[in-house]
Design a protein around this ligand. Structure first.
Ligand SMILES: [Mn+2]
Length: 465
């Protein structure tokens, strides 16, 4: 496998996008309210966007920087087909970070913090509750063990130095619970303008105690340089653009939301955790990255690490599993397609059960044979329609835990659907054999088309009998 990571910081990647006509730079002063998100969405998947002096601030906002799998493969220096294996290798082989002084991200320091006046924080959706930091790596550190965790959490500006934050019941939540039980705040840093590999690594499904920054280091092929925060002990990527240093307050919950999330719905308002920011550090002329909820960037960043983990998880028990995909229609989280080289009758049903055990978010799974392209939703639907009988091949499990952001659940409690769309193993001869024209995949029509013949043909149409 080729392993030549190329773009270990945001600026190098933006330069590459600019040099290859994949970067749109807007006029200065675009409105933070809606316009940044609207333009980013229009160019989503085609060009990343830069908004100089956004909302009259002296900083640029960037968005849509990793909105396709091909771009992510390019960043990592691998082929697209190698993405999952490459990511899993990094997750299994973390590289400890290297602490450095004089970090670029700490060149400019603000101790007197009013977030809205210091940073160009946009408002994305029509009914969002306010300005949101949506692309910040939330790095938390357990004060006793020194264990760090990295996740991306939406943070709503609440005035002055306060942020409301959505923390779901995973690792950051656990570290917060431990701190709160001691009556302490949880020390955190919010890193904006991290390199694409750190953004990707933050979404790894790894056990508590695994520092996602060390996975980012493995993806980068180096001990990632980190810096200790000025006001707490959290270590942050030294080459990021902006860091907000702060504390998640114990025993404090305040209203946060709504906010447009990846399932294309609003996350509802509720009393949630509160962060107080003690310092903001940044590079000179920093770039403020924002992720528009539900845009391709949002989906792809969650998709690749999940696919990678789910594939490794399934292969442990089912070596005949070939590949998995979390398609866009399923928000790259809720529905999964598994390619299975089935050898035993009933194997597909077991893979269905294994899939649900792989991640709570998996709500729907389709198992297909190796002749189906799992990245093409048309082919998957074809397999479902032509290879299943609902009363025999569909599995429904009631009352299981799913995603709390899925509006059709009861606070996350959901039914799960598994579809065995594999051919019966007893099929012989032409049964379930897909039609095929010899040469259809390889023939080059240009070898046969005679460009001069069109005029002659048109003339022949006019000849009266
Ligand atoms: Mn974690």
């Amino acid at each position: 496998m080729s392993t030549k990571p190329k773009y270990t910081n945001l600026r190098d990647w933006l330069e590459r996008l600019a040099a290859t006509d994949r970067l749109a730079v807007c006029r200065e002063g675009v409105d933070l309210k809606f316009d940044i998100a609207a333009i980013s969405k229009r160019l989503d998947g085609n060009r990343a966007t830069v908004f100089p002096k956004a909302g009259g601030h002296d900083m640029s906002v960037v968005s849509g920087i990793v909105s396709t799998r091909a771009w992510m493969a390019e960043i990592l220096g691998v082929e697209e087909e190698e993405l999952l294996e490459h990511f899993q290798h990094a997750a299994d082989h973390p590289t400890p970070c290297k602490e450095i002084g004089n970090a670029p991200v700490q060149e400019v320091v603000h101790r007197d913090v009013d977030i809205a006046s210091l940073l160009p924080v946009p408002i994305h959706n029509e009914h969002d509750g306010g300005q949101y930091i949506s692309a910040g790596l939330l790095i938390s550190r357990d004060s006793q063990s020194g264990v760090q965790n990295v996740s991306i959490n939406r943070c709503q500006l609440q005035g002055g130095n306060r942020l409301g934050v959505l923390i779901l019941p995973r690792h950051t939540w656990t570290l917060y619970d431990r701190a709160e039980a001691r009556g302490e705040p949880l020390q955190v840093a919010i890193v904006i303008g991290a390199d694409p590999m750190s953004l990707l690594a933050s979404q790894a499904i790894v056990p508590l105690g695994a520092d996602e920054l060390e996975i980012a280091g493995s993806l980068q092929g180096r001990a990632m340089p980190v810096a200790k925060c000025l006001s707490n002990d959290v270590r942050v990527p030294a080459e990021a653009e902006i860091v907000l240093e702060g504390r998640v307050l114990p025993e404090v919950r305040e209203e946060e939301g709504p906010f447009g999330e990846f399932p294309q719905y609003y996350g509802t308002p509720a009393k949630r955790h509160v962060i107080e920011i003690d310092a903001i550090t940044h590079r000179p002329k920093p770039l403020f990255h924002t992720i528009v909820g539900g845009a391709l960037e949002h989906l792809v960043l969650g998709q690749i690490p999940r696919e990678s983990t789910l594939l490794a998880h399934l292969k442990r028990t089912f070596p005949n599993v070939v590949d998995v995909h979390l398609p866009r229609g399923g928000t790259c989280r809720y529905s999964m397609v598994v390619k299975l080289d089935q050898k035993q009758a009933g194997e597909a049903k077991n893979v269905i059960l294994g899939s649900f055990a792989g991640h709570n978010d998996i709500k729907q799974v389709v198992i297909v044979d190796t002749d189906v392209n799992i990245y093409d939703p048309v082919e998957v639907e074809w397999a479902v329609v032509t290879r299943t009988q609902a009363d025999r091949d569909y599995v429904v499990i009631s009352g299981a835990l799913g995603s709390k952001l899925d509006p059709s659940t009861e606070d996350g409690v959901t039914a799960k659907l598994g579809i065995d769309a594999t051919r019966p193993l007893t099929a012989t001869g032409l049964d379930f054999k897909r039609i095929h024209v010899p040469g259809e995949d390889t023939i080059d029509p240009a070898d046969y088309i005679d460009e001069g013949a069109i005029a002659k043909f048109r003339q022949s149409l006019k000849v009266e009998a």
